[in-house]
Write a protein that binds this ligand. Sequence first.
Ligand SMILES: Nc1ncnc2c1ncn2[C@@H]1O[C@H](COP(=O)(O)OP(=O)(O)O)[C@@H](O)[C@H]1O
Ligand SMILES: [Mg+2]
Length: 318
Amino acid sequence: MVVTQTLADILKLFRQGSPRIAILGAGGMGKTSLARNVVHHEEVTTKYHGNRFFVTCDTASSKSELAGLIGAHLGMKPGEDLTRVVLQRFSSSAPNLLILDNLETVWEPTKSRKHIEEFLSLLTEIKSLALLIAMRGTERPSKVQWTRPFLQPLPPLAQDAARKMFIDIADDKHPLQVLDQVFALTDNMPLSISLLAHLVDIEGCKEMLSRWETEKTSLISDGSDRRSYLELSITLSRSSPRIASTPQAQDLLALLSMLPDGLSDVELKQTKSPILDILGCKAALLHTALAYTDGHKWLKVLVPIREYMGKLSLPQIR
Ligand SMILES: Nc1ncnc2c1ncn2[C@@H]1O[C@H](COP(=O)(O)OP(=O)(O)O)[C@@H](O)[C@H]1O
Ligand SMILES: [Mg+2]
């Protein structure tokens, strides 16, 4: 983990009490990784012990579903609307740390936003509750007294941190000049670095660069904004030799992209999909960093890649 300055800024706020912090930034910029690093930092584990609740919110589409997800992490039985009991539970046991990751899914739609903001506001009335949210974008939910100074949206990695991340994955055996060319295409965004570094590791710099040039011309935009750079990285990963040698890996990627919770190994083996060598496909997705396994060994796809896959399956409007 190399976002040391932002991590230090967050830890400083934790030392001053129970902070309310919003980690913002583009998809793939490292919000989830940063939130996890906060949760596992020694200072934070010492202060909150077992009272740290990391809730991934992207399956919730309303305030009561969000309360239900939080309730499940608190060991509550599912109920109609757990909002009140969740609030009571946090008020009566102290101190707690609640992390709401991918909150944008439920906050962005205007029909649920007001209710979510009211819920956040009630949560932050509980003085002993520390709240850390991570969401895409640059706007923090209103009605919450976010702790000052506000955290700025996550910037791309600093040059040396980005270079280190790249070399950790792709090794430094590649000629520096060519490596710099590849490197410039990542825009220092962690997710792009991860995808391209895995490709360089699989097929080498030159091959990857020549595929990039070919694919670039098929981009609708001019390829200069961060989002299209990331989409190009994903396109290249999907057409890499590693995926081509296991063609059904594409089908597994499409399937996983519809499952925010991912699949366990047991489910992978039992799934009634027409994918034959499912564990081989899993290995191909892991090797290209198109998928990852979480702390419980569930196979998952990162949100920006899921969104990209979602766009692919939509009918194109001309
Ligand atoms: N500071 C970092 N150093 C190394 N790898 C990182 C860093 N931040 C993110 N990553 C990697 O980049 C990818 C995207 O990060 P993630 O935290 O999921 O982004 P976000 O939550 O903003 O979409 C992940 O594979 C993650 O492991
Ligand atoms: Mg994330």
